[in-house]
Design a binder for this molecule. Structure first.
Ligand code: FES
Length: 102
């Protein structure tokens, strides 16, 4: 496990998603208040791109069939998805956003 740089803090806006490509696949970043979140960008139901959905509180909705995931834990909060998404620990180093990844 190590932290890798994925974006600049200025790249990520409140309640909007920024998608980055990493060796672990496509990862979405968002900011809620002062807190940054990073999570797998692919819905576990049928591979919808979550960055096309909406952030509501600490959840993201999938634009394809409406599944809802908690972006802090990855847990499913609304079907049709049944498997959680992966979430990643985030830290800020200067102006860089880094996430912990295998
Ligand atoms: S692909 Fe996300 S709910 Fe179906």
């Amino acid at each position: 496990m190590s932290f890798i740089k994925v974006a600049k803090t200025s790249d990520v806006s409140e309640n909007r998603m920024t998608c980055v490509n990493t060796r672990h696949g496509r990862i979405a970043l968002t900011r809620i208040g002062d807190e940054l979140f990073a999570f797998e960008n692919t819905c576990t139901h049928d591979d919808g791109s979550l960055d096309g959905g909406e952030i509501q509180g600490e959840t993201v909705s999938c634009p394809r069939h409406g599944a809802l995931f908690n972006i802090r834990t990855g847990a499913v909060e609304r079907m049709p998805a049944t498997e959680p998404i992966e979430v990643f620990e985030v830290r800020v180093s200067g102006e860089d956003i880094e996430i912990k990844i295998d």
